[in-house]
Design a protein around this ligand. Structure first.
Ligand code: 5GP
Ligand code: MN
Length: 353
């Protein structure tokens, strides 16, 4: 299959990599499977091609991703800001993966902006900033991991991706598509996944490591959320909010609320779901939709956030009760036909297959 990448951009990147002595790979704050998987998949493959790099992340990753090969070599900004800044200052090439605006690196944003490195964006979020020297930005592609595979294949041929890199890249495609359920209507996604599986990875084990690796308390927190906390509103909307007290009660660990926001979308007729997680300084907001309602616009409008049309997030700096009251008001005032219209795909009996 022909590549979607611009051959001149690929050639330019190849030259930049060849000339580089120091390559740093980074991804967004609170990295998910796609962010960490793409960073490590690229890292393994560059090393295999004789171009050692370093992965530098703003902060830590959840336990359910710690098994990915290479995580012990990841440098965290939060563990040593001085060392991280030095790495950024000395880098010749800086890969920015799975985010497209420096602010998504939170405490490391200034360090990225100040780095003199040649900055290469590889990402699938809409509306990239213009602060990169070379951009591989494809919002219609399932995941950054799929893009990294395409890029590596274009650079060095598809056989350059070994089994360890394949484990990382497959994990990111799997998590960003909800195990090949959404954002993967392109045959290309399955082609890339097939190539990765052909390296000998065990799909059932990857699935189990990511999704069957939680504490019993996390399952109880999900039960509590669905039974006692889920609010179903008219306007095809449902939401869940968790206080800090509840997170403590269920011994919350990083990553425990991952996936929770998707659950209300299983209700017939619900097309818009929100999760509010109280943190010490703000409320973390996660938004999901099925069908045509673009939650990234809602996140940008109300929570200074962004993301994809069906998966987005942001922050509220109002107290949790005020945040929820505003949300209910905003939803009551929604007149967006993409949410409320009868032709909203997938929802209810009018589904178009
Ligand atoms: P999650 O709800 O899983 O944290 O994030 C879902 C998607 O929304 C992610 O792919 C990410 O791109 C986007 N997102 C989450 N939080 C923020 C945010 O604070 N700002 C922006 N711009 N995007 C966010
Ligand atoms: Mn992603």
């Amino acid at each position: 299959m022909a590549t979607i990448l611009n051959v001149h951009d690929v050639a330019q990147l190849k030259r930049a990599i060849e000339r580089a002595d120091r390559i740093v790979i980074t991804a967004h704050h609170n990295p998910d499977g796609d962010a960490l998987g793409s960073a490590l998949g690229l890292w393994h493959t560059l090393a295999r091609m004789g171009k050692p790099a370093q992965v530098l992340l703003p902060n830590g990753f959840p336990d359910f991703l710690a098994w990915l090969p290479g995580t012990t070599s990841v440098v965290r900004y939060t563990h040593g800001p001085d060392r991280a800044r030095q790495m950024l200052n000395e880098a010749d090439v800086l890969f920015c993966l799975d985010f497209n605006t420096f602010s998504r690196a939170e405490m490391m944003a200034d360090g990225l902006a100040a780095s003199p490195a040649y900055k290469v964006l590889v990402d699938h979020h809409p509306h990239p900033d213009a602060c990169f020297d070379l951009s591989f930005s494809f919002p219609l592609v399932s995941s950054t991991c799929e893009l990294v595979y395409e890029l590596l294949s274009a650079l060095y041929g598809s056989s350059c991706v070994g089994r360890e890199a394949a484990l990382c890249l497959y994990t990111g495609i799997m998590t960003d598509t909800g195990s090949f359920c959404y954002a993967c209507n392109s045959p290309r996604t399955f082609h890339v996944a097939g190539e990765l599986v052909a390296t000998g990875i065990r799909v059932d084990r990857v699935q189990s490591m990511v999704y069957n690796n939680f504490s019993a308390m996390r399952m109880r927190m999900i039960g509590h959320s669905l039974l006692n906390k889920m609010v179903v509103l008219p306007h095809k909307t449902a939401y869940i909010a968790l206080t800090m007290e509840e997170q403590e009660r269920f011994a919350h660990r990083v990553g425990d609320t991952e996936g929770l926001v998707n659950l209300p979308l299983s209700i017939k007729g619900v097309a818009f779901a929100a999760l509010f997680v109280q943190r010490p300084d703000f409320v973390k907001v996660s938004l999901r939709s099925r069908g045509d309602f673009p939650v990234n616009e809602f996140a940008a409008q109300h929570y200074n956030g962004g993301g994809h049309p069906n998966a987005a997030g942001g922050k509220s700096f109002s107290p949790l009760p005020a945040t929820l009251a505003s949300f209910e008001q905003q939803v009551a005032q929604l007149s967006d036909p993409r949410l409320l219209g009868f032709r909203n795909t997938y929802v209810g009996m009018d589904a178009e297959l």
